[in-house]
Design a protein around this ligand. Structure first.
Ligand SMILES: [Zn+2]
Length: 420
């Protein structure tokens, strides 16, 4: 197959002959649309290997995350985000949605440029060679009716109007789009949700929120507002085709219907949800109701979209004792086109003329891929390949990973220097 690139777009796809056209670059293996990591907190990469042991809970894990967040400044944030995004590039990820809430300095004091941290994320993605949707996150309360406490003060803008004013100053560029996020129903009150929704629909921009990752959040929301988090978001007018519910793990039947009827996306993060003992979201019920599914590596316990994709199917098998719920093409669509759509790049995540020239080549010349045929290669990639099998990555027509190496950065050295 020959992929013809013109600028940052795929101009044409067609059968290749015996000899490659002049000037062509050979991508040996199975070439897929670029993968979209629809939910990331880059700095959580600092927690890998440090929070997996022992018991604890989502809530004790959160305390570890707060203590790491407390030590970062814009330079440190740039370094960890660049290294993490570069690890994503090596894993075949061409677009990342960064759910960014670490906005201000210690004590919540703004930096001279109040977007210094967000700009560090934008620069990190540019240097790592991946596309970015910066989901600037509104975070106002430390819990239902609670003030921000300790390191949480760095997340808050005081009120939703000041959040909107600051987020409105963030610049987009050819590789960067700006979206919005409501951190959660714990951290944003119903009036503030409306302000964030209006900000996002005026642009229009994607709007994401963490929803129902933990049962305790559902119980507290029910006690405070007499309804589920999903119903609360729906009542504030947030649920439409630009809305993404991240996790969507513990849903009622009515929540599932709402996501389906409003054509929302639900972003599952199975490796994180596993690591934090969150639970397994209702992927089949959501799909059958009409919702779309996307994928994220969230806390970066691992960065491997193949693992996230097959987990949606394999976790569903364990939960329902039924095989064959989502096939490999459907899982790949979650990892690519659906992620691009929910991050505000509907022209990407697909291999067709006119689409963004973002693609990922999985080598079949590895122990995982050996023996693949044209008939089995896609199932093999989705159900058995991993980040280490990605050999070439192209973003906007530019080669970012070649023969398994990042074109610009020594990723292992960068990670080692920020993690030790
Ligand atoms: Zn998250």
């Amino acid at each position: 197959v020959v992929l013809e690139v013109d600028g940052d777009r795929l101009a044409a796809l067609g059968p290749g002959g015996e000899d490659p056209p002049a000037g062509a670059r050979r991508l040996a293996g199975l070439t897929l649309p670029g993968l979209a990591n629809a939910h990331s907190h880059a700095f959580h990469r600092l927690l890998r290997g440090r929070v997996q042991r022992g018991a604890g809970s989502f809530w004790t894990w959160r305390e570890s995350m707060y203590s790491i967040a407390g030590g970062l400044d814009p330079d440190g944030y740039l370094a960890i985000a660049r290294a993490t995004f570069a690890e994503m590039a090596l894993a075949g990820i061409t677009l990342v949605g960064e759910f960014h809430y670490l906005h201000h300095g210690p004590g919540g004091v703004p930096y001279a440029d109040p977007n210094a941290m967000g700009l560090a994320v934008i620069e990190a993605a540019r240097q790592a060679g991946v596309r970015l949707t910066l989901l600037d996150t509104c975070y106002l309360h430390g819990g239902f009716g609670q003030p921000l406490n300790g390191p949480q003060q760095r997340f808050g803008d005081g009120d939703a109007e000041r959040w909107a004013e600051r987020a409105g100053l963030l610049p987009s560029d050819p590789g960067t789009r700006i979206g919005a996020a409501v951190h959660s129903v714990r951290a944003v009150d119903p009036d503030a949700m409306v302000t964030v929704r209006e900000w996002a629909s005026a642009r229009p921009a994607p709007l994401h929120a963490h929803v129902s990752e933990q049962r305790a959040e559902n119980e507290q929301c029910q006690a405070t507002y007499g309804r589920s988090p999903t119903q609360l978001l729906a009542d504030q007018g947030l649920l439409d085709c630009r809305f993404t519910a991240v996790h969507a793990t513990h849903l009622t039947g009515n929540d599932v219907v709402l996501y389906g009827n409003r054509r929302c996306t639900c972003c599952f993060c199975p490796t994180t949800e596993r690591d934090l003992a969150d639970g397994i979201g209702p992927s089949v019920a959501l799909r059958d109701a009409g919702a779309r599914l996307a994928l994220g590596s969230d806390s970066h316990a691992v960065i491997d979209l193949f693992e996230e994709a097959r987990a949606v199917e394999l976790d569903e098998r364990l939960a329902r004792l039924v095989r064959g719920n989502h096939d490999a093409p459907a899982l790949l669509t979650m990892a690519s086109a659906n992620g691009y759509d929910c991050l505000g790049w509907p022209e990407g995540g697909r291999l067709e003329a006119g689409a963004l020239a973002d693609f990922t080549t999985v080598s079949l010349d590895t122990p995982r891929g050996a023996g693949a045929t044209a008939a089995t290669a896609l199932d093999l990639a989705v159900f058995a390949a991993g980040a280490a099998d990605v050999h070439h990555v192209v973003v906007g027509g530019e080669v970012v990973v070649c023969d398994g190496r990042h074109a610009r950065l020594d990723v292992t050295a960068e990670l080692r220097s920020v993690l030790t």
